[in-house]
Structures are given as structure tokens and as C-alpha cells.
Design a protein around this ligand. Structure first.
Ligand SMILES: Cc1cc2nc3c(=O)[nH]c(=O)nc-3n(C[C@H](O)[C@H](O)[C@H](O)COP(=O)(O)O)c2cc1C
Length: 507
């Protein structure tokens, strides 16, 4: 293409020169043609992009189309059940509830109810009376001195840094007005988190907000953070579904004075969060750390979050709880399908147990070792709709968290640019120009509306199920189509375990 481009350019210029003798204004076309030829010449001789070397100038259209490909697909191609990771129907579900617009659907389901994998709940011929109030779940076992009463639907961990200051402020205001909790994510407690909404303070391997200069855990600083009245619970992050077993790097450029102050860092330096905690290295160490945090926080609920990897390792932690009597107040289960601001693709695609199996594994082990009565199970991963909450509770969860659902309520359009700082909706960026598009006073209301609608519609499902107590919801309630001629309940797929049946004395 190099020679044709050069030859074509020379021929075009020669033609122009010839015509200009007859009609001089034609030379104005050089305003467009000139830069195009110069760009093409540059493309021919640069050595970085093969497509541009081979297709000078017109090759740029490929890059342009590629850069707006997701938007083109979303606007012109996508069907209701298309779109990843969150399909269009689910995104519309959130937007409608957040904006309080039309929340009913015409003409019947668009889902193929005969495809393998389709799931549904069974209803009762005798629907129950509606609960008067939205259910709350108390978190805090016998060792906890400040139990917390939680909503069944809350904001999952997302740090300031991953989200913009406006997004964090709006989420916290929504949590305050809607009486649900807001998990800080591992980036520490920022001023934006302090709008009066209940906080879960998350501690990752970087111990942001409670670390020594060498990155190790700093108890005295933790005490100050935990003493804040807004902090209702503390969550030790062992792993998250989108990148289990992977640490993180905060580049020097992002580590500005504000982030450094919030996280307890030296500004403008690279900060590495290692894959593993340095405060403990085994099951006993984790439980002793929980005990230290419990004492240092004056008895606030302490839990940990994980994406299940090796069942045996998780079982060892549970058995250690039985041996030592030290138990967390809650465990948060994240699935491999969970979201993130940025993660290596192999970790997102191939590391960690999906939510369904992870939740079942955690619930069964806790139940079998007779621990479930003391430990609440929280779950996240694509819990967007009221049915998703209902299903998770039937499978064994006590309450649910949502990260991407809440982002959508904030106005996220799933542009898939969280990792570039160019999020067009101002949710996952700290570019002040983009951030200003997210108007806090409008968006917190949307997040609250979404939360309230999900809880409200969950209660409608409970009525249809004919139960008056959430404890009556079990795995038998949800069916799955295995093939065109076979259906099974989750109770058949994953039989419920008798409480205490895995304890050594019960065999
Ligand atoms: C932008 C973003 C940032 C996140 N940051 C954290 C974090 O700091 N700590 C954590 O434990 N999980 C983090 N997560 C994971 C979520 O808390 C959640 O567990 C996961 O996305 C599954 O929920 P979802 O399907 O509702 O998004 C993040 C997720 C997103 C989308």
C-alpha cells in the first residue's frame, strides 16, 4: 500500500494543480486533502501500527470505530437479553426503579422458559399477608457488643478512587436516607463516605487507613477508624471474585495528596497491595485477628469477605472456629462473576468459585458445623433484581449486597471504561470534568429509589410464596431447568445439611 498511497497522492496533487489553472478555487480542497495526505505519509513511515502502515489514513477509521464499538453495539445491535456483564433488561430494570418510571412489563416474558438453566420460584395458591415493614437482619454473635440491624439489600464494597467523590457522596447519602449500609471498599474512609450513612469499614491487604509506613497493620490507627459512629461493622477482605489471590498497585500518578491522606500513604509513590495479608497467615491467625479487631472496635461486628477457592481451606477456617470458639459475626461471599474497577483478565475469567457454588459451600459448612446460627452470610455478585435477592436468600444467604446495581442506579451506562479514568457517566473516574456530570442531589435519590423498589418487590415475591417468615424460604423453593424434559429444585441439586451433622461428635 506504501507505493499506491504515494503514487495516488502525487497523482491527486498533479490533477489538482492542472484543474486549478481552469478553476482556482479548487485549491481550497487542500485544506482537507493536505492534512489527510500528511497523516497518510506519517502512517506509511511509522513503525508501530501495522494497519496504518498498510492502509495509511483510512486505517484510522478502524481505530475510531473500534473505540466506539461498545456504544454502537449497545445503541444499535443489543437485544434485551444481550449485553455483558449486565444485560440490557437488567440495566433497564435498575434505571426504571431508580427513576421511578414505568416498572411493569408488557406482553409477557422475553425469557425462554424452556432453555436449560432457566430458573423460577414456586408460588403458593394461598399468598400470605404482606409484611408490614421491610425485614431487617441483626448481625452480631454472642461476642459482639454492638450488633447491627441491616437491610436485606446494601451497597457492596467499592473504594473512593475506584469511584468518584461525587459517586461515593451520593451512595452514602442514599444509604443514610434509605437506612441501608455502604461498604467503603478497601481504599479507606474518605470525607465523601461521611454523609451520615452507615458504613462497613473494609480492610484489605494494604490496610488503607490503618497502616504503618511499611504497609503493615497499625492497631492504634484502626481503633480511631473503628470508633467513628458511622462505622457499624468491619470487614476483612480476603479476596474478591473478580481477582481472587491478586493484590493491587496504586500508581504514583494516582496517589495524590488527597488519596494519600485518606489511605495513610506517602503521596506520589507507588503503593503495592500484596495478594496476602501480613497480619495473619493461617486459619488460627485469621480468627485471632478477628478477635483483636473485635476488642479494638469495642465489640462491633467483625466479618470477612471471600470468593471461595479451595473448599478444604475454608473448611479448615470453620473447624478452627469450632476449636477456638472465635467466630466472625458475618461472612461475605463474592462470586467469580463479581465486578471490579480493574483486574487481570485471567483472574476475572478463570480464578475463583462462581457465586452459587460459593454460597452453597459456605452455608453448608457453617450449617454442618453448627455455626450458621451465629454467623450471618452476606452475598454479592449480579444481585440486581428482587428475584435475585429472593433466590440468594432461598439458597442460604441472610442478606445481599450490590455493587454494579448501585452503580447503574447512579447513572453508569456500562461503558466498560472503569479502568481508564474516562468513565463517561462520572461514576468511576476522578477526572473533574467527567465527575461534575454526576449531580449528587439527583443521584442519591435514584440509588435510594432503587434500593426501596427492590426491597418492596422482594416483599411482593414473599407474599406470592405464601410465607410470613423469611426463615421459611429454602432451596426447594427455586427450580432449575436441567434439560427440556427435566427440572430440579435447588433442594435436590444441593440437599440441605442437618445443623451440626459435620461435627466430629455427630458421626
Ligand atoms: C468499581 C468496583 C470497585 C470494587 N472495589 C472493591 C473493593 O474495594 N473491595 C471489595 O471487596 N470488592 C470490590 N468490588 C467488588 C464488589 O464489592 C462486589 O463484591 C462484586 O462486584 C460483585 O457484586 P456486583 O455483581 O453487584 O457488582 C468492586 C466492584 C466494582 C464494580
Amino acid at each position: 500500500m506504501k507505493t499506491p498511497f504515494l503514487a495516488g497522492s502525487v497523482a491527486l496533487l498533479a490533477l489538482l494543480a492542472a484543474f486549478s489553472v481552469l478553476w482556482p478555487p479548487i485549491l481550497y480542497s487542500l485544506i482537507l486533502l493536505g492534512p489527510a495526505i500528511l497523516i497518510g505519509l506519517y502512517d506509511v513511515f511509522q513503525e508501530k501500527h501495522t494497519i496504518l502502515r498498510n492502509f495509511p489514513f483510512i486505517g484510522h477509521f478502524r481505530y475510531l470505530l473500534e473505540s466506539i464499538g461498545p456504544e454502537l453495539h449497545q445503541y444499535f445491535v443489543e437485544d434485551g437479553t444481550d449485553g455483558k456483564p449486565i444485560d440490557r433488561n437488567h440495566r433497564a430494570y435498575v434505571y426504571e426503579r431508580a427513576k421511578r418510571v414505568q416498572q411493569t412489563h408488557p406482553f409477557g416474558t422475553e425469557l425462554d422458559v424452556y432453555r436449560s438453566g432457566y430458573e423460577w420460584m414456586y408460588h403458593s395458591i394461598y399468598p400470605a399477608a404482606r409484611m408490614n415493614e421491610a425485614p431487617r437482619v441483626t448481625i452480631g454473635g454472642s461476642a459482639c457488643r454492638q450488633p447491627y440491624s441491616a437491610s436485606i439489600f446494601n451497597i457492596s464494597a467499592m473504594s473512593f478512587g475506584a469511584l468518584s467523590s461525587n459517586a461515593v457522596t451520593a451512595l452514602n447519602l442514599a444509604a443514610r436516607e434509605g437506612q441501608f449500609f455502604h461498604d467503603t471498599g478497601e481504599g479507606g474512609i474518605s470525607p465523601y463516605h461521611l454523609q451520615g450513612g452507615d458504613l462497613v469499614y473494609e480492610i484489605g491487604t494494604g490496610y488503607f487507613g490503618c497502616r504503618n509506613p511499611d504497609g503493615s497493620f497499625f492497631l492504634e490507627r484502626f481503633k480511631e477508624q473503628a470508633a467513628r459512629t458511622q462505622v457499624k461493622m468491619i470487614e476483612i477482605k480476603l479476596s474478591q471474585g473478580a481477582k481472587p489471590g491478586h493484590g493491587g498497585v496504586l500508581p504514583a500518578a494516582k496517589n495524590n495528596q488527597e488519596i494519600a491522606d485518606i489511605r495513610g500513604l506517602q503521596p506520589h509513590t507507588i503503593v503495592i497491595s500484596p495478594p496476602a495479608h501480613t497480619a495473619f497467615s493461617d486459619a488460627r491467625g485469621l480468627l485471632e485477628f478477628i478477635q483483636r479487631l473485635r476488642e479494638a472496635s469495642e465489640g462491633k461486628p467483625i466479618g470477612f469477605k471471600l470468593c471461595v477457592g479451595n473448599r478444604a481451606e475454608f473448611r479448615a477456617i470453620c473447624e478452627e472456629m469450632v476449636t477456638t470458639g472465635i467466630k466472625p459475626d458475618f461472612i461475605t461471599v463474592d462470586g467469580a462473576e463479581g465486578g471490579t474497577g480493574a483486574a487481570p483478565i485471567d483472574f476475572s475469567n478463570y480464578v475463583g468459585m462462581p457465586m452459587e457454588e460459593g454460597l452453597i459451600c459456605v452455608c453448608d459448612l457453617l450449617c454442618g458445623l453448627d455455626l450458621k446460627k451465629d454467623i450471618r452470610v452476606l452475598v454479592a455478585s449480579k444481585i440486581i433484581t428482587a428475584f435475585d435477592v429472593f433466590r440468594a436468600i432461598c439458597l442460604g444467604a441472610d442478606l445481599c449486597n450490590s455493587a454494579r446495581g448501585m452503580m447503574l442506579a447512579l447513572g453508569c451506562i456500562q461503558a466498560l471504561k472503569c479502568h481508564t479514568n474516562r468513565c463517561p457517566s462520572g461514576v468511576a473516574t476522578n477526572d473533574p470534568r467527567l465527575r461534575r456530570g454526576l449531580v449528587v442531589k439527583d443521584k442519591w435519590v435514584r440509588v435510594k429509589n432503587y434500593h426501596d423498589a427492590v426491597v418492596d418487590e422482594f416483599l411482593d415475591l414473599v407474599v406470592a410464596a405464601g410465607v410470613s417468615d423469611l426463615a421459611q424460604l429454602g432451596r426447594d423453593r427455586i427450580y432449575k431447568r436441567i434439560s427440556s424434559r427435566e427440572i430440579k429444585s435447588f433442594g435436590e441439586l444441593y440437599p440441605e445439611i442437618e445443623p451440626g451433622s459435620l461435627l466430629p461428635s455427630s458421626s
